[in-house]
Write a protein that binds this ligand. Structure first.
Ligand SMILES: Cc1cc2nc3c(=O)[nH]c(=O)nc-3n(C[C@H](O)[C@H](O)[C@H](O)COP(=O)(O)OP(=O)(O)OC[C@H]3O[C@@H](n4cnc5c(N)ncnc54)[C@H](O)[C@@H]3O)c2cc1C
Length: 391
């Protein structure tokens, strides 16, 4: 019986398993997909994510494969684009490559991998004590462990089985995207085009590829019916005043759709179980914090579990420490994501924020510093800073 079962081998699960394995903990990852697998993502890695990758010992190999980014170009209608530079290096890399690299590193460190879909949790009394999973061949198996880590992404089955999912309010959003060839050189800038509840982002990947992500409300997606590619092109042509044309750009490979994007939980621990990464709550992807939070959460969860296994702390104390850290990392970023939702929804506010960022460069610098993830959570955007964007 392993000490720990980690459900999901994405950035959160792989970083947790890698850190545990390096500490000599017997850990098994249960992952339903065969890697390398696609993951709908803008594929931007902020400085905080890079620092976490360095801590995990894979930063150098990720940099080798990734493209270095210059900054963010914000494009809103009726106003000139604003360019904000990254204060510390940020990178772009296809998630298929990044996630494969991380999972490989976890296995090389001694973690085991089981290909199966987790369907349920096992209990001993009120305590989580393992998972029930179904393999590719349809056979079901029970895997008992002292701890279960739910790293199974937004919509997490582990969170649902623990009855921790919080009902979401407001309009539901979906993301569609893919890799494209044929866009003009973006000069190393991630381009964000925003208007009336919708936005699309272009991220220059290594080689000539561009990652294109469109985030739309559910009702708009429904009107596109089967003609989703045309819908994406149409949205792209109108957003940001049509400054970025899709003419000559062709999608390479499959289009991916994911949603609803809203997902939150009431707590991130239960006796015997922790939630990490998107399974512990999902932020509007506009701010590009997800991979950073997933990697950091995976590392922090591993430390908490190791503290219990080695007798340095009781489970109650170690898990409370993990939950408090997660709140510190997440909450201010969640507030920022709320403000971003407002800017995306209300064109007048988006234009005002763009104008303020141009007029007060120190505001943009502060915002980019905080968003880079390379600073402590207490320096994440404060409510006062956010207010200066629109008031
Ligand atoms: C449109 C969009 C754009 C984004 N852009 C960015 C960006 O540019 N930069 C950034 O940092 N973040 C971005 N994010 C967020 C980022 O993608 C996530 O925060 C990140 O993937 C979270 O990692 P994770 O390991 O928690 O979950 P995931 O990466 O989702 O991994 C979960 C894993 O669990 C597996 N799994 C799920 N259920 C089961 C099960 N029942 N049994 C076994 N295995 C299971 C899945 O196969 C998957 O491999 C974006 C997200 C979206 C939706």
């Amino acid at each position: 019986m392993p000490d720990v079962v980690v459900v999901g081998g994405g950035p959160a699960g792989a970083s947790c398993a890698l850190n545990l394995a390096r500490r000599g903990v017997d850990v098994t990852i249960v992952e339903r997909a065969r890697f390398p697998r696609r993951k709908v993502c803008g594929e931007y890695l902020n400085a905080g994510a890079m620092a976490a990758l360095d801590e995990l010992g894979v930063g150098a190999s990720v940099r080798e494969r990734a493209r270095r980014l210059t900054g963010v170009r914000l494009v809103t209608p009726k106003i000139d684009p604003v360019e904000l530079r990254f204060p510390s290096p940020a990178f772009a890399l296809a998630r298929a490559t990044l996630d494969d690299r991380l999972l490989d590193a976890a296995l090389a460190a001694g973690a085991m991998l089981v290909h199966a879909r987790v369907e349920d949790l096992l209990y001993e009394g009120r305590r989580v004590a393992g998972v029930a999973a179904r393999g590719d061949d349809g056979a079901s198996a029970k895997l008992r462990a002292r701890f279960v880590v739910g790293a199974d992404g937004s919509g997490s089955l582990v969170a649902r089985k623990l009855d921790l999912v919080r009902a979401s309010r407001g309009a539901r959003r979906f993301a569609l995207g893919g890799h494209y060839l044929g866009f003009d050189d973006l000069g190393g800038f991630v381009e964000m085009h925003v208007d009336r509840g919708t936005y699309f982002a272009l991220n220059p990947l290594p080689g000539a590829l561009t990652n294109v992500m469109v985030v739309v409300r559910e009702k708009q997606l429904a009107t596109w019916s089967q003609a989703v590619d045309e819908g994406v092109r149409g949205a792209a042509a109108t957003l940001g005043g049509g400054r970025r044309s899709f003419d000559g750009a062709e999608r390479v490979g499959a289009r991916a759709t994911i949603g609803p994007l809203e997902f939150g939980v009431r707590a991130v621990t239960q006796p015997g179980a922790l939630l990490v990464g998107d399974a512990a709550g999902f932020l509007n992807p506009f701010t590009g914090q997800g991979v950073f939070l997933a990697l950091r959460g995976g590392i922090d969860a591993a430390v908490a579990i190791d503290d219990v296994l080695t007798g340095r702390a009781s489970e109650e104390v170690a898990f409370a420490g993990y939950a408090a850290q997660r709140t510190r990392d997440f909450e201010r970023r969640r507030k920022l994501a709320r403000v971003v939702d407002l800017l995306v929804d209300v064109p007048f506010l988006a234009r005002r924020a763009s104008a303020r960022l141009r007029r007060f460069p120190e505001l943009g610098e502060h915002l980019m510093n905080a968003l880079s993830g390379g600073v402590a959570s207490q320096r994440a955007p404060s409510p006062a800073l956010l207010a200066r964007l629109i008031v």
